[in-house]
Design a protein around this ligand. Structure first.
Ligand code: DGL
Length: 265
């Protein structure tokens, strides 16, 4: 039987998974949470598949051994599209991944042109090709790798000012592709990006809607833990893989998400 104090562990390279945590809090307010950020490996988007798979599998192995979570949520599209299958094979705990929300975007678009913003590693994955083939048949899916948005979201949560040009560049990366002017729906296929959705909406202008997977992921976690008891015996934990000034600067934002304790792995 699952212990009532066993946490749900959310994993990302940085603060992106907080967009998933916000939805999870809404659905499971009593669930004890460990939010784990591999800030020593951030960003994942410019790494190779082998580097990402090795980091994610190694870290989740150590974390699950130490913290005994009841469930792991890989709140990162890059890590999920590359390493989800492999991590599921080696860990015994239930694992929920993050998949680019191409299916809901295909249902929403009226022009038939969907934009997809992700990391450079995510947009080249066969996983995305398969989602496109399965759910976006007859639509046009334009992809753009936007590492600048990862940096912008991290900076924003550290309380630093972010130049609007970072958002404009991401929008132009989609708009400037053939057919890009007809995009009416944008998939935020990186968990960092919903954290700067308002800024993105400004640069895309009216008539463009955004979709991401956070709500669906939280629903999936709630479904898999249905009937389980939840007791919080200590404040929820933020776990980092490297200490530094960046971590100290994030503490107020983490507290805002209910993470009032911090540890370095
Ligand atoms: N938040 C991550 C994602 O969902 C990746 C950001 C990065 O480390 O490049 O893809």
């Amino acid at each position: 039987m699952t212990e009532a104090s066993a946490p749900i562990l959310l994993f990302d390279s940085g603060v992106g998974g907080l967009s998933v945590l916000a939805e999870l809090r809404a659905q499971l307010p009593d669930a004890p949470i460990i939010y784990a950020a591999d800030n020593a490996g951030l960003p994942y988007g410019n790494k190779t598949e082998a580097q990402i798979a090795a980091r994610v599998a190694g870290l989740l192995g150590r974390m699950t051994e130490r913290y005994r979570p009841r469930l792991v949520c890989i709140a990162c599209n890059t890590a999920s599209t590359i390493a989800l299958g492999m991590v599921r094979e080696v860990l015994e705990v239930p694992i929920v991944g993050t998949v680019p929300a191409i299916k809901p975007a295909a249902a929403l678009t009226e022009t038939g042109t969907i934009g997809l913003l992700g990391t450079e590693a995510t947009i080249r994955q066969g996983y995305v090709d398969r989602l496109e083939a399965e759910f976006a048949q007859g639509k046009r899916l334009l992809r753009h790798g936007a590492p600048g948005l990862v940096a912008a979201a991290e900076a924003r949560l550290r309380g630093e000012p972010v130049d609007r040009a970072a958002y404009a560049r991401a929008a132009a990366g989609l708009r400037d592709q053939p057919g890009g002017e007809t995009i009416d729906t944008v998939v935020l296929a990186c968990t960092h990006f919903p954290l700067v959705e308002r800024e993105l909406a400004e640069v895309f202008g009216p008539g463009v809607g955004f979709v991401h997977g956070a709500q669906g992921i939280a629903r999936r976690v709630a479904h898999l833990t249905e009937g389980q008891a939840f007791v919080r015996t200590s404040p929820d934990l933020a776990l980092f893989t490297r200490d530094g000034e960046d971590v100290a600067a994030l503490l107020p934002a983490l507290a805002h998400y209910g993470l009032n304790r911090m540890e370095i792995l």
